[in-house]
Design a protein around this ligand. Sequence first.
Ligand SMILES: *Cc1c(COP(=O)(O)O)cnc(C)c1O
Length: 489
Amino acid sequence: MNREYYGKLIFELSREGRKGYKLPKHAVEGSLSDIPSTLMRESAPQLPEVDEPTLVRHYTNLSTNNFGVDTGFYPLGSCTMKYNPKINEEVAAMPAMQKLHPYQPEATVQGALEAYHTLQAALAEIGGMSEFTLNPFAGAHGELTGLMVIRAYHESRGDAKRTKVIVPDSAHGTNPASAAVAGLKVVEVKSLPDGTIDVDALRPLLDDTVAAVMMTNPNTVGIFESRIPEIAQMAHDAGALMYYDGANLNPMVGVARPGDMGFDVMHINLHKTFSTPHGGGGPGSGPVGVRKGLEKFLPNPRVIKRDDGSFALTTNDDALGSISVTLGNFAVEMKALSYILSLGNEGLKNVGPLATLNANYIKSSLNHVYKLPIDRICKHEFVFDGLADKSTGVTTLDVAKRLLDYGYHAPTIYFPLLFHESLMIEPTETESKETLDEFISVMAKIAHEASATPEVVKTAPHNTPISRPDDTAAALNQIVTYADLTQNA
Ligand SMILES: *Cc1c(COP(=O)(O)O)cnc(C)c1O
């Protein structure tokens, strides 16, 4: 790690007695000595002591070492890093939203419950489902919840032998992981060379031990699975349910609905499709929707609207139980609601087509210099299999590292696993043609460098704080506290 560049840690800037802040005079009667000694700490906390300018410079400098959607183009495939309008932040930060307690009496949080119920209904409309729960905290958490709904449904019919979930080999890693956590066995079905599911390979797998077929549409290579109605028919005939991984809902919004395609249960990643800043593991929200007849299995508590127009929290004995303490990640839910209401019907209908247009524009502008293994119209994202010219020795990793030099976040690399040199690009609908054109010219320039000066690309990045860390060592030997650092110095 280049400590010079990052500057010093706040603890190294600390000087005894320096102060950047004075606590206000406390408003309560009494003094410290009134606090029972059992509640007092034995020694003072080890806090850094710095003056205000030092503090401001320290955190401002740190913030500029970060890359985000607000600093530049972020074409990270599978992650939908779209621009998040600031109005959503303002709505979620309103005191009426922020100063709630999760266990406040129902009568005092009618507005919050109404907002929850409104979002629930909007998602049901968008997904073509009967009802949604907003309780899960992430896409993967939604998958787990949805699969638990499916288990509860089969068990309620006394059909306990359905213990398998069929998942395509192109699926996101969370799909098999969620199935395993839900106590179900994963059966993989292969994809055809064009990236779509192999229906002939699926057919013999469908028997009376299958609980669900789990699919992503468009799939993880950005290709629309046009045979879904046929697949849904086959699955339903075999007594299985259809699960829709809604992480790729972005190109579908306002265009097509999973419920209409024949899916029974789905999740949506609010942080992807419905515009919440995410990355580094959060914050997220993975609402789960179900078709008519499966509502009672949704987790407790549920928000319902009473006949008199008021809102209530209910619990239900058929429910799979609870998957979060309360009603999920309320701030993320409110950002999604703000996004949906501010775009409105017409605005939402533009999301999918523009995301699709932008992806196809980049793809067809670069397919002469990068290898395009699936040459079809894609939806919101697509995959290159590295450079077209394989003689340069320049890999996808090198291209991704070189993009950092030019001020871009790298695309997703080495996923999906269908190709050796996957480079997965998702521009999203919020980027202008000028941004796309600049990115295209930089990608073409890197392809040219790969032939003309391959060493430059293979040793990139050259102007970032760190160059090529040892990923494995960094994962095994994490430096996350000051103590770790001093021990590793
Ligand atoms: C992101 C993603 C997930 C998992 O969602 P998280 O919110 O990260 O848990 C699942 N499937 C696909 C296809 C995804 O892109």
